[in-house]
Write a protein that binds this ligand. Structure first.
Ligand SMILES: Cc1cc2nc3c(=O)[nH]c(=O)nc-3n(C[C@H](O)[C@H](O)[C@H](O)COP(=O)(O)O)c2cc1C
Length: 275
């Protein structure tokens, strides 16, 4: 099976496919002016699809990625700088949610968008878990509180430094400061021994967080629940993660009860000049 095929009648012979290939395995054949794989280099392909996506004539198809299966970008897809700045700066961590459930289809749509996040060597090592049953979200919060109690009892430094006793006290008074009463939680997990997985999961969840905004949804990183999933066997079992995998991030998802009106201030960036 060839790595890719080229429609000779469509190929503009501009060499863009060769230029953008991250592993430089495409050459332009001098005689035919058509792209060809450099002999013996096929297995270096990372299946990123850049060679398919860059061709203005749709002339190249990877065997694994036919050009007709790659959606054309719509004209005008780029947003203006001001809109993007407002969009990114306007996102807030949401800690007060309406009771309205989030349709499963919407949660899956967010994951469908987030899977386009970059990943090292295009490994796409992110796996997902969705909890969209309010009782199950609450159970995960409860397990997290249970874990916090055990750490407090053991006199753990982590419990002291993250002030777990405040979270536990709030829980006992009926306030969920773990998952904030969100109707859904999404977990991004991966193989423990995959060095690309932690970053890829973090980036994918960041994409998901931004992708949620146009759906009228709000999100918040669920740091406590994420830690409990990795450190408390009962929580790990509840999510159903195998011993070979780790959670690399968890996120509350729901419809915000309130709307923010301003952008809060943040620290000035520390930018170092490199001599
Ligand atoms: C890795 C990570 C874990 C977090 N965990 C929690 C959490 O468990 N509970 C919570 O209320 N907020 C959590 N946050 C949200 C931060 O507190 C929040 O991003 C920060 O206060 C800035 O607010 P903003 O996101 O609205 O700009 C977490 C954020 C990150 C990046």
């Amino acid at each position: 099976m060839p790595l890719f095929t080229v429609n000779k009648d469509k190929c503009p012979g501009d060499g863009k496919c060769a230029a953008v290939c991250p592993v430089r395995i495409i050459k332009i054949d001098e005689a035919t002016r058509l792209p060809a794989v450099i002999e013996g280099k096929e297995e270096l392909c990372i299946n990123c699809g850049h060679c398919v996506a860059i061709c203005p004539k749709g002339a190249l198809s990877l065997t694994s990625m036919p050009v007709d299966s790659c959606e054309p970008l719509k004209p005008g897809w780029r947003l203006g700088p001001e809109a993007v700045e407002q969009f990114i700066k306007g996102r807030r961590s949401i800690r007060t949610y309406k009771d309205t459930p989030v349709p499963r289809q919407t949660l899956e749509k967010l994951i469908d968008i987030a899977r386009y996040a970059p990943s090292g060597i295009n490994r796409q090592p992110v796996y997902w878990a969705i909890i969209d049953d309010k009782d199950k979200v609450r159970r995960l919060a409860e397990l997290t509180v249970e874990w916090m109690r055990t750490l407090i009892k053991e006199g753990s430094e982590l419990a002291a430094s993250l002030r777990f006793e405040n979270i536990v006290k709030a829980w006992e008074k009926g306030n969920d400061r773990v998952l904030r009463g969100a109707p859904a939680t999404i977990i991004a997990y991966g193989l423990k021994d995959d060095p690309m997985a932690p970053q890829a999961c973090t980036i994918a969840l960041t994409y998901l967080e931004l992708a949620a905004l146009p759906f009228g949804l709000g999100t918040c990183w669920a740091g406590y629940a994420h830690m409990a999933i990795n450190m408390y066997p009962d929580a790990q079992k509840f999510i159903g993660l195998s011993k070979r995998t780790s959670s690399f991030g968890a996120m509350m998802v729901g419809y915000p009860k309130f709307e923010y009106c301003r952008i809060p201030m943040r620290n000035k960036p520390h930018i170092k000049e490199v001599a």
